[in-house]
Design a protein around this ligand. Structure first.
Ligand SMILES: *Cc1c(COP(=O)(O)O)cnc(C)c1O
Length: 428
């Protein structure tokens, strides 16, 4: 517990000394905005508009169908996948960018179930965490219903007890979207393998936020998101990784023509491609892939400045600073901190809890140009959350200082209690 605050001048000095500070210039962060929601929708890389405009004007507008070859459209999902691979401890040709996270989860969870059924037909449990992201649980629920499995949900600290011989697949999100709590991937994967279970990891809040080592952890399957920390734009393609030892064992169930070994022979039977290409389904959104590809070229600039370890160091410093300022400056206002103080267990966000007014407080902050978001609790296991994503690519230490200063003013003045802040919008 910190008792000493930190001054604006000290934060300015931290920014001066930050070896990654030049990266912010690669992004279009709107003037005057403190954007702490890059874990929901990442900002626009400055290189993206021209690159997408060229794809529209030249590749689509002039070259039309030739572009499948001349502009490399057909290979793009795999080439973009190779760039993502560098951020998550995967090898070349192990990752493909395609579809959405939800759809990719359906593919890999189904493949994991097929492998488990072949090796251990008696195992019928998919184990996950009760506070996992809803779409992950919904997809798992539907697959379990269809295939005669049972989805078992427990609290994070009950997982080790629940990992018994009857578990076929342990399906977890590496960094929890509500709290920012991070699992130890190596240890959880080893615990799952110990009882003969496979692992499926969702990296939506990890890719580009924290170092990930899929092969080093001997994980089995992973999916992740393109529009959060990777800044691929709204609805950007997601990605999928499969451990090379499993890739060719089973078809994934969405056996569309893009996953075929020879899609342009137009044969009437399905022959899956060898390798990760088989995890594609149909025609990919090329303009969105172009935006994601550009965003990754921008992101990979960090490799010249120390790479993911340097980014991680800055991320921990930002989240640590945020929590310290909350503890010292806001001690009178009854906020809890849901994010682990332990650095080993923390992603790249800070989540505050409050029994009253969380939504209105977030709205009051947004009006002041400090953008975080609100996640409702269920009144039983979870509290309401004020969520602040601290993306180390473009967030400054002074941004954190000003954000907490605004929060303090909103609380000290009771500004959040003004009625206009409590009307709920469709998207929170
Ligand atoms: C953001 C997020 C998703 C998003 O899934 P979509 O299919 O892109 O809508 C899925 N899972 C987790 C854990 C997420 O954080």
């Amino acid at each position: 517990m910190h008792t000493q605050s930190i001054t604006l001048a000290e934060c300015l000095a931290l920014d001066q000394a930050d070896s990654l500070r030049s990266l912010r210039d690669l992004y279009q962060v709107p003037e005057g905005l403190i954007y702490l929601d890059g874990n929901s929708l990442g900002v626009l890389p400055k290189a993206t508009p021209a690159r997408v405009a060229a794809a529209v004007a030249q590749e689509w507008g002039q070259d039309l169908i030739k572009s499948w070859n001349s502009a490399g459209w057909f290979q793009m999902p795999l080439l973009v996948g190779n760039k993502i691979a560098r951020l998550i401890g995967a090898e070349e040709d192990e990752v493909v960018a395609a579809d959405s996270t939800s759809i990719n989860l359906f593919k890999v969870l189904s493949a994991a179930m097929s492998i488990s059924e072949a090796d251990h037909p008696e195992k019928k449990i998919i184990l996950s965490e009760r506070t996992n992201f809803p779409t992950d649980l919904y997809i798992a629920e539907a697959l379990c219903k269809e295939r005669g499995f049972t989805l078992k949900l427990v609290e994070a600290d009950e997982l080790e007890i629940a990992l018994q011989e009857d578990v076929a697949v342990l399906m977890l999100t590496h960094v929890n979207y509500r709290t920012g709590a991070m699992f130890n991937m190596l240890a959880m994967t080893a615990a799952a393998h110990n009882v003969g279970a496979l692992t499926v990891w969702d990296l939506a809040h990890s890719a580009g936020a924290v170092p990930v080592d899929l092969n080093g952890s001997e994980a089995d399957f992973a999916v992740g998101c393109g529009y959060k920390y990777l800044n691929g734009g709204p609805g950007a393609p997601a990605f999928v990784w499969v451990n090379a030892m499993h890739t060719n064992r089973f078809w994934q169930p969405l056996s569309g023509w893009w996953g075929h070994s020879a899609p342009f022979e137009f044969t009437s039977d399905y022959q899956p491609a060898t390798g990760i290409a088989r995890y594609q389904c149909g025609t990919q959104p090329i303009l969105s892939l172009t935006a994601l590809d550009t965003a990754l070229d921008t992101f990979l600039e960090v490799e010249k400045l120390g790479g993911m370890p340097a980014l991680r160091k800055k991320s921990l410093a930002l989240t640590g600073l945020f929590m310290r300022l909350v503890q010292v400056e806001l001690s009178a206002h009854e906020f809890g901190i849901a994010t682990p103080l332990d650095e080993e267990m923390r992603g790249s966000q800070v989540s505050l809890t409050r029994s009253e007014g969380a939504y209105a407080i977030v709205q009051a902050l947004i009006e002041r140009g400090v953008v975080g978001d609100f996640r409702a609790g269920d009144g039983k296991f979870q509290a309401d959350i004020l969520r602040f994503g601290l993306t180390p690519m473009y967030t400054r230490f002074v941004d954190v200082w000003h954000a907490v200063r605004h929060l303090k003013e909103v609380m000290d003045s009771n500004e959040w209690q003004q009625p206009r802040f409590s009307h709920k919008k469709a998207v929170t």
